[in-house]
Design a protein around this ligand. Structure first.
Ligand SMILES: *Cc1c(COP(=O)(O)O)cnc(C)c1O
Length: 441
């Protein structure tokens, strides 16, 4: 909860998002439901875009990393905000195309893009494809040759910087399924390979050093290392990269262990990155490359919350109290996957004093189906509305139909109005593709 004012507590003591009472939202749309504040999403897109415009003369673009939250409406917002997007699958490409997103502003990633995905990308005239294997370069070249088109590409490299939430390391050789290492010559070898391809136009390099990063140093280090690499390739082969895509990974607030991020914190990341790039360009007398940044989580993460209804409450004397909700790992698998920490509150009693520490459990048949641990709440009752915060990124996009639970709908709030951007799944949707062969009838 910060100056972006996505969340407030109103005079009824209810949590509000984007000017709308969450208790009203729960009443109107039911629970579980994902709720997004449109203004917050737009503000984040704008702060990044403004940095590139003001600090780097507009020589670059913001590519929203849409794996964080992919649906037609979010692509429509990105289009209106005149930013780019990054996608990692044919399904995300299809969604973006269906939303009318301009294909030339799409960056396509993936460590194992399928042949049909590459074909779909070329047929839809995707602006840039980020290559991640020799084989992929060969396949893409043939796909383009068959169509008589030349495709702009970047190579994903590993500059030897790895960052995780509160720590970063410099490594000689990154152990990752992504990218070509700079230190062992693989990135240089791939450069020569791509340059030899008639139907591929190598624009430059991409790297992505990690996610949920709060420090600026790892980004600066990565920018420096990629610029060193660009300069070295230029002097060794004459090829000068025109584009540097530095990836995403800027951190967001999930709970009190994280810093509260202000808009200015995000411009500071870009300020540091841009300062480093400019200095290196000057040092080596090379061009300042076209800069692409790919924030995902920081654009949609804090913009979204999930509303649930409290059901069963179970106290294991002297050990723990479980408060179960009508959702779970099928709408938010991140605790189950990574022990990610979330904050929760009772949206209908947001002003009441917190008197107990509870574990918020889902309704799936798994002991590991937990949404949040050790959250402080007023004494919860069945029927209370619970809000879990900062669920806008990697929740809906990682949802499943586990236990044949329906994936919750998503609604978008703007100026005190709420509407569906993803409709609720029905039971019929869940069985739509099931087939019972005649011999089983
Ligand atoms: C996941 C990813 C991003 C976005 O990361 P966030 O932590 O969501 O900002 C950007 N680029 C690439 C290549 C990614 O894989």
């Amino acid at each position: 909860m910060n100056e972006r004012d996505t969340l407030k507590i109103n005079r009824l003591g209810h949590l509000e998002i984007g000017g709308m009472d969450t208790v009203e939202i729960a009443g109107k749309f039911g629970t579980p439901v994902y709720v997004f504040d449109e203004a917050h999403i737009r503000n984040m897109m704008r702060v990044y875009k403004a940095c590139i415009d003001n600090l780097y003369g507009g020589n670059g673009t913001v590519a929203y990393a849409s794996k964080a939250f992919s649906c037609k409406a979010v692509y429509a917002i990105a289009k209106q905000e005149k930013i780019s997007i990054d996608i990692v699958s044919g399904g995300e490409l299809y969604t973006a195309v269906k939303a009318g997103f301009p294909a030339e502003n799409i960056y396509m990633h993936g460590n194992n893009k399928l042949v049909h995905e590459l074909e779909e990308a070329v047929d839809n005239k995707v602006g840039t494809i980020i290559l991640d294997s020799f084989r992929e370069a060969d396949i893409l070249n043939s796909v383009c040759k068959a169509r008589g088109t030349v495709q702009n590409v970047l190579i994903r490299i590993n500059p030897g910087v790895e960052a995780h939430t509160h720590a970063f390391v410099q490594t000689a050789r990154t152990d990752s399924k992504f990218g070509f290492s700079v230190s062992d010559g693989a990135a240089e070898e791939m450069t020569a390979h791509v340059l030899s391809k008639e139907f591929l136009n190598l624009k430059g390099y991409h790297c992505h050093i990690g996610s949920q990063i709060f420090e600026k140093e790892p980004f600066v280090l990565a920018a420096n290392k990629v610029m060193d690499f660009i300069a070295s390739i230029k002097s060794r082969s004459g090829f000068e990269a025109q584009t540097l895509n530095i990836g995403g990974g800027f951190g967001i607030w999930y709970n009190d262990e994280d810093p509260e991020m202000k808009l200015s914190d995000y411009s500071e990341y870009l300020d540091c990155i841009i300062t480093a790039i400019k200095a290196k360009a000057k040092q080596y007398s090379i061009n300042e490359p076209y800069l692409v940044i790919e924030p995902g989580r920081s654009i949609v993460g804090e913009a979204g919350i999930t509303l649930y209804t409290v059901g069963a409450i179970k106290e294991i004397a002297g050990i723990k109290k479980y408060v179960a909700i009508d959702g779970g790992m099928f709408d938010n698998p991140r605790y189950a996957l990574y022990q990610s920490k979330y904050s929760a509150l009772l949206a209908n009693r947001a002003k009441e004093e917190c008197t107990e520490k509870v574990t918020v459990a889902g309704k799936c048949c798994e002991s590991g189906d937990i949404i949040a641990v050790d959250v402080q709440l007023p004494k919860a009752k069945s029927g209370d509305i619970m809000a879990v915060l900062s669920t806008g990124a990697y929740n809906y996009s990682m949802a499943s139909n586990y236990n044949r639970n329906a994936v919750p709908p998503a609604i978008l709030v703007k100026d005190g109005q709420a509407e569906y951007i993803i409709k609720p799944q029905t039971y019929e949707d869940i069985v739509r593709n099931d087939v019972v062969p005649d011999r089983l009838k």
